[in-house]
Ligand binder design. Structure first.
Ligand code: SF4
Length: 472
């Protein structure tokens, strides 16, 4: 069955169409667009702009039968309306009866609406195939320039020529998925973002496509020149030392490292040495004047500080109360605990982006916050540059991959034992604080603090590991 998800992800490759149609992960729309529970809450809020509708539930077949019955009754507003026709199925967030035809609305908790145009036009094609008269197509997205009374933008995305092109695409997909067997793979730029690359061209760890540290276009050109394995590439002059370490680590359980480069990185740091991590969330309807809908705000941070060599880390933390968006309070707390002479490690440059945003929104803090930006150092860099790697990192450098790879037997550093395991979960929990009882809120605040503190503690452990290899 072709649905919105595999239709919009179709990249023109007939083999991809064939494989997608048989891929269990694509068949269900349950996790449509991987929306976090936080974004689902925002979508539910947005649906209130279409009151008094009828919900359709259940799997696609059940929902499609129910939808047709509801349509026949002439219901004006239907949520989750589902249609199946000619091997394609569409689920519409909302359809609304206007002058004898159903207008279709994709309700998206984002300000970027263009991404959803093809989806809503696909809905229209399938509805028409199912014999339902359709009217206009709209995408409801967040209006980031809106004043507080109107935060939703409704964009008419009717486009007859685009619709005709999409009809051709659908025909093409339906033809390919009914082939008796999968077409042969053909290497193209599209393969770089295709989920089936491994099955098509990277069947084992020797494949050149299994390398993470070089861009896809480079791998493609090597493959086309006949360099198909990592061992062949390792002998070439343009294989960097970092890529050689990535290759070497596949055949050993040892950590592989570059002592001199690690030393050079550590030489850029100085005491007092801080470790900073923010948690953030997107706000749908902010009350604060300096915020726009869907702005990202800081909700909490953790800061560990080591004053001098050999000193124990001291912990500072900040968390909002969930009642408001605590940008001002976060800025004040940052200025209190981070001094001008601190060298501050972050993981990726997200903390820098957040502080820059704070300065933009609250320029009165510029004098104290700007020096923090100058003193930030990205701790992910030595790991993304493969200065220290091992097999368990699987070529990745994210904190949650690197930490357990370097401390495999350390349960106190494990995120899996935590009530909150990742940033997305932290965002959802923070957004629900106001709806919790006093006891629930106290527990949630404790869990949030514990999660954020582990991030900076993890950074200390990674820095210690680098120190260890610099001295080894
Ligand atoms: S990896 Fe390339 S050839 Fe294979 S299915 Fe994807 S796009 Fe097609």
């Amino acid at each position: 069955m072709v649905n919105q998800l595999n239709f919009t992800k179709f990249n023109g490759c007939s083999r991809q169409a064939y494989l997608t149609a048989r891929d269990k992960n694509y068949k269900s729309l349950k996790d449509k667009y991987n929306m976090s529970s936080r974004l689902r809450d925002i979508q539910t809020d947005m649906l209130q702009s279409f009151p008094d509708g009828v919900w359709v539930y259940g799997d696609a077949k059940r929902a499609a039968l129910d939808t047709m019955q509801i349509v026949e009754k002439g219901e004006e507003v239907i949520y989750n309306a589902t249609f199946i026709s000619g091997g394609a199925s569409a689920r519409c967030d909302v359809i609304m009866l206007v002058e004898g035809a159903y207008d279709i609305y994709a309700v998206r908790p984002t300000s970027r609406y263009t991404r959803w145009i093809d989806e809503v036009l696909f809905d229209k094609i399938v509805m028409e195939k199912a014999g339902v008269k359709t009217g206009n197509c709209y995408v409801c997205a967040i209006d980031r320039d809106a004043n507080r009374s109107k935060t939703i933008n409704v964009i008419n995305v009717n486009n007859y020529r685009r619709q005709k092109k999409l009809e051709e695409r659908l025909k093409n997909i339906l033809k390919n998925i009914s082939l008796p067997e999968a077409p042969e793979p053909v290497l193209s730029k599209q393969c770089g973002s295709c989920p089936y690359l491994e099955g098509c061209f990277a069947k084992d760890s020797e494949s050149i496509f299994s390398l993470k540290s070089i861009p896809f276009t480079k791998k493609m050109s090597l493959y086309q020149k006949g360099v198909t394995t990592v061992s062949e590439f390792a002998l070439m002059p343009d294989c960097t030392e970092a890529t050689k370490r990535e290759i070497l680590v596949r055949s050993t359980d040892e950590d592989i490292y570059s002592k001199e480069e690690i030393k050079a990185f550590l030489n850029t740091l100085h005491y007092p040495l801080g470790f900073l991590d923010f948690e953030t969330m997107e706000v749908f309807r902010p009350k604060e004047k300096f915020l726009s809908p869907m702005d990202t705000v800081i909700t909490q941070f953790s800061y560990h500080l080591i004053e001098k060599e050999g000193a124990e880390p001291v912990h500072f933390e900040f968390i909002g109360d969930g009642e408001s968006y605590p940008e001002r309070e976060a800025a004040e707390a940052l200025c209190k605990c981070i001094k001008e002479n601190h060298c501050v490690l972050m993981y990726s440059d997200y903390e820098k982006v957040c502080i820059e945003r704070l300065i933009q929104r609250l320029p009165q803090f510029k004098e104290k916050l700007a020096p923090i930006i100058d003193n930030l150092v990205d701790l992910e860099k030595p790991f993304s540059a493969k200065l220290l790697v091992n097999r368990a990192m699987e070529g990745k450098s994210s904190l949650k991959k690197v930490l357990p790879a370097l401390y495999p037997d350390c349960p106190s550093l494990s995120y899996s034992r935590m009530a909150i395991k990742n940033g997305q979960q932290a965002e959802s929990v923070y957004a629900r604080l106001t709806r919790m009882s006093r006891e629930e809120k106290a527990q949630a605040m404790h869990d949030l603090k514990e999660y954020c503190a582990l991030d900076t503690l993890a950074m200390i452990k990674l820095w210690e590991k680098l120190e260890f290899y610099a001295e080894k």
